[in-house]
Design a protein around this ligand. Structure first.
Ligand code: KG4
Ligand code: ZN
Length: 330
């Protein structure tokens, strides 16, 4: 049974995981939210300095929790893109250094492939599916035919779904990240009170910036108690678009399985409504477990394990790529 140590440093979360076969021995995440909150967004240099501080500590922590020695690790993996160059470089350099030092393979993993495969973490083999990847940086619908066989169905033409949650939360003076804040307020709100746009509803692509602008123009006109209803109406507009497009794509591509991953898939309303729609239309549904939805290294270790088992290893000379693509369109 192989043991993999993986690092994820694509943005502002430093994460380290150790996976042995299908058993996750450790998964450590250090969030930098407080460091960036005061700047109103992620500052690349601050992020990379923090990765340098956190990563060695998290590796020691993960080793201790997993009760393993570095000599027990069969391969080292890291996210190689997409993401912030100066952040990606930290995790990739550490994994490459360890791989060279211990004479073991290095695996460069695409962050989006980590999300895409996470619904299968200890949950069956990779079979054909239409996959919705919804995070802070990406919104994609992908036809998955097997490991490494991905075809783009649709992607956002402007903001990602998570970005829309974050920007609207900022307009409403809620905290960062915005998704959990909006979901919390939406819980006691009426999703039908405000009629917000479902942009590009008949396209395979997505667009969320019009929705954000609609909230911006609506806000000054509102008086009294509106926060919960506005959060619920906004959240429902996003859920409607994501559910409808995913079901249409699954029907068009004739798959039996729908999967979902990425930070926004933590959203309980989205999980419930997509699960219900799949059940109604006769699709099987697998969503990444909530603890695997936001950025973590367990999903990177899992993708690396599948690749290692299929005989794949990367060259240590391989560079990180901030714009690394997962799929080709068409
Ligand atoms: O996958 P992720 O951790 O990072 C990226 O790869 O981008 O996703 C982070 C995004 C943020 O935009 C955050 O607001 C959103 O996921 N998010 C949510 C929820 N939890 C996190 N959005 C909606 N509802 C949530 N419960
Ligand atoms: Zn992510």
């Amino acid at each position: 049974m192989k043991t993999i140590l993986a690092l994820e440093t694509s943005c502002d979360e430093t994460a380290v995981a150790i996976l042995r076969g299908s058993e996750l021995l450790a998964s450590e995440v250090a969030s930098q939210i407080v460091e960036h909150e005061k700047f109103g967004g992620v500052v690349p240099e601050v992020a990379s300095r923090n990765h340098l501080i956190h990563a060695p500590r998290l590796i020691e922590c993960a080793k201790g929790r997993a009760k393993i020695d570095m000599l027990d690790v069969d391969a080292f993996a890291a996210t190689s893109g997409p993401g912030l160059a100066s952040s990606l470089m930290i995790g990739a350099s550490i994994a490459k250094g360890l791989a060279i030092g211990f004479g073991k393979p290095y695996l460069a993993i695409n962050h989006l492939e980590g999300h895409l495969l996470s619904p299968f973490f200890n949950n069956g083999h990779i079979k054909s599916n239409v996959s919705l990847v919804v995070s802070g940086g990406h919104t994609m619908s992908i036809l998955v035919r097997g490991l490494g066989d991905y075809r783009l169905i649709g992607r956002t033409v402007d903001d990602a779904a998570g970005e829309a949650f974050d920007k609207v939360a900022k307009l409403l003076r809620l905290g960062y990240p915005g998704g959990p804040e909006i979901e919390r307020h939406a819980g006691s709100g009426d999703p039908a009170r405000f009629n917000l746009p479902r942009s590009m509803i008949d396209s395979e692509n997505f667009s969320f910036s019009g929705l954000k602008t609609a909230v911006r123009y609506l806000l000054p006109k509102l008086r009294g108690d509106f926060l919960a209803d506005l959060c619920a109406s906004f959240q429902q507009a996003i859920v409607d678009v994501l559910v409808r497009k995913t079901i249409v794509a699954a029907q068009k591509h004739n798959v039996v399985l729908v999967t979902m991953s990425g930070g926004v898939s933590c959203n309980e309303e989205l999980r419930r409504q997509l699960r219900d729609a799949c059940e109604q239309k006769g699709f099987e549904f697998k969503s990444a477990e909530p603890w695997l939805c936001t950025d973590n290294a367990a999903m990177i270790a899992f993708a690396a394990m599948l690749k290692l088992e299929s005989g794949f290893a990367s060259n240590v000379a391989e560079e990180i790529d901030p714009n690394l693509a997962l799929v080709s369109s068409g």
